[in-house]
Ligand binder design. Structure first.
Ligand code: FES
Length: 209
């Protein structure tokens, strides 16, 4: 009788909480179950496509330009960025494998330099300087103008992938402030009106022409 009582007491002590934890461990994270947090299914990572034959030839050319030397990885990334206006992930994977370097090294370089982007960007890049001099001379109004005209915020790209709006700190041409850099070309003493005209002409006078 005494033994039976002890056995029952042990089971009760392990009780419903232990049972809940054991059951939760099968279908969801035990810690999440204890905290009452609903289980979040893990999203499978999208597969990285292999390079198409013409892409492979293009990457070959970039790598050959620098003697396939891993020390020239920044120059290679700049060339790839110039080709696409950003760094496609499958190109980075292939480059890392071919150079036999960790892909984290590529991503470190890609995220350190502002000229490189891991996100797809538009055919044209409009960069408004927001350094102190440009700011006090009216850079915020220029950003407002682009945001209104193109319907995007700084850091975004238009749906037709024509224009990306970016901001940058001082680019060292304060005498020209407020300054806008459009596809690498400096436009100084900019006003919202002048900027509107420049943007309108951009598709015809963009870097591809
Ligand atoms: S603050 Fe814009 S170029 Fe210096």
């Amino acid at each position: 009788m005494a033994d039976g009582t002890r056995t029952t007491t042990k089971r009760q002590a392990r009780g419903p909480r232990a049972a809940a934890t054991a059951g939760a461990g099968k279908g969801r994270g035990a810690a999440g179950a204890l905290l009452g947090v609903p289980a979040m299914p893990l999203k499978p990572r999208p597969a990285i496509p292999a390079l198409a034959p013409e892409e492979r030839a293009s990457l070959d050319a970039v790598m050959a330009r620098y003697g396939n030397d891993p020390a020239s990885v920044l120059a290679m990334l700049q060339d790839i960025n110039d080709l696409h206006n950003y760094l496609p992930r499958h190109w980075l994977e292939e480059l890392a494998a071919r150079l036999k370097i960790p892909r984290t090294r590529l991503y470190r370089v890609a995220t350190f330099f502002r000229a490189l982007s891991l996100e797809p960007r538009g055919r044209h890049i409009c960069t408004v300087c927001i350094g102190t001099t440009c700011h006090v001379r009216g850079a915020p109004k220029l950003i407002d103008k682009v945001e209104r005209d193109l319907g995007i915020k700084a850091g975004e790209t238009t749906a037709d992938m024509q224009m990306t709006l970016e901001t940058v700190g001082c680019v060292g041409a304060c005498a020209l402030g407020p300054l806008v850099v459009l596809d690498g070309k400096y436009h100084g003493h900019m006003t919202p009106e002048k900027l509107g005209k420049v943007l309108k002409k951009t598709p015809e006078e963009g870097k591809d022409n």
